[in-house]
Write a protein that binds this ligand. Sequence first.
Ligand code: ADQ
Length: 485
Amino acid sequence: MNLVVVSNRVARGKANEPMTGGLAAALLPVVENSGAIWVGSSGSLCEGNREPFAEMESLGSGALALLDLPAAHYGGYYEGFANSALWPAMHSRPDLIRATRDDYASYREVNAFMARALLRFRKPDTAFWVQDYHFLALGEELRALGVAAPIGFFLHIPWPARHVIGAVPHARELIEAMLAYDLIGFQTAEDLENFLGYVQHEFDLPVHDGVILSRRGRTRAAVFPIGIDVELFAQHAAKSVSHPEVSRLRRSLNGERLAIGVDRLDYSKGLINRIRAFDRMWSERPSLLRTASLLQIATPSRGTIEAYGNLQSEVAKLVSDVNGRHGEIDWTPIRYLNKGYGQAVLAGLYRTAQVGVVTPLQDGMNLVAKEYVAAQNPADPGVLVLSKFAGAANELDTALLVNPNDIDGMARTIATAFAMPLAERRMRWEAMMATLRRGTIQQWFANFVEELQDTQIDKSAMPSLMPDTPALWSRHSAPAGARMH
Ligand code: ADQ
């Protein structure tokens, strides 16, 4: 089979280059070794109505195909519909949805543009695997161009409750478009249930064992929890103790215990609540002043979107307030860095910290939680404090699970983590490592591709099972400037 993987962003990163973004970080090691072609945005834009042209680069045994996306639609597609309507809704923040009708039109245009670009990679045995919320409608666009090949889709972020996804303008149309996929993968059983619940309730379609029957044919929906390259991370961590940045961190600690947080600066990651919990902990347990600190690495992300700009200022102000309140002339409670690190250095930083704090309000999986565990020293592992609202909590159930909305509870749990005896730390860590080894990124990739091959059927031969709904949206009908909200 000739596999074509599609995502908005592709990764060319090496172990010594920063990789901020779970999708790119996760896919790189597996796509590299699979011989697949990985198609995504080049990061540059093209003017006018140029037809898609892809710049090719080799990537391991396969290739990267980099596309210049259309300048006229990129903002509406990326900052607009994808990240100001779909992202907030899927993280259960419908209050943050901001999208115009033009944004939706641009989102559809970019999906259609990508579909045309993909035709160039079609061979008789090609299967397409589309990644994430940027391309919910790409399968439908490919079918409209006559593509009958298997097309799979994986959602890296959560799928919310029915009324929340229903708050996205054009939700119904988009979800109907998703039924053009043969296989749809989710991170957790709850995401899958929410999706199937929507389809059953809104379309009144039969669903059996995760298979939806619609006038577009059969669509199988299933759970594929994403993993990491556990052994690679463990090796990076063991080796990078001597890396200059890691040694400098170690030397600076002087016996003090360290907690680490590593996130994109995103409102879904629960940074504000985490910092408030540390603030509470230091207020209530003065013995942890000067003896336990936090290293928070937060890489700026999507800064042109208002909600992200506001968050950057809010986090910076809160860190400064907390440092002002608890700091001493020779002690800073929170070291706050807005930069990225290569994965090898990051692994060494994780290993240096006795506590990993991963406290999202909502998260598809959260790879940082898995990376922190994989990077630990088996003889003296650290403790993971993990939000129960991260997909990873389903698997890493011997972490100390917290509710990130309960600041007091988090403060107590972080203090417990700092004080945990070695025997308990080892027991919890060994259980988590065993889980991570059972579900690596390599297995995730192989499982999805195998299932995609199995779901290959002739969709055109399927009877009409969904009542025909007129297309609510036409690419050519959106009046410029009309606002949906
Ligand atoms: P993200 O929201 O980007 O991913 P996450 O899963 O934590 O979240 O992945 C972040 C990745 O970027 C990790 O590999 C991490 O090491 C790296 N990273 C983050 N900050 C960094 C920094 N400052 N320097 C270097 N590296 C940094 C989305 C979903 C998640 C899902 C993933 C994969 O939101 O829920 O787990 O996709 O499916």
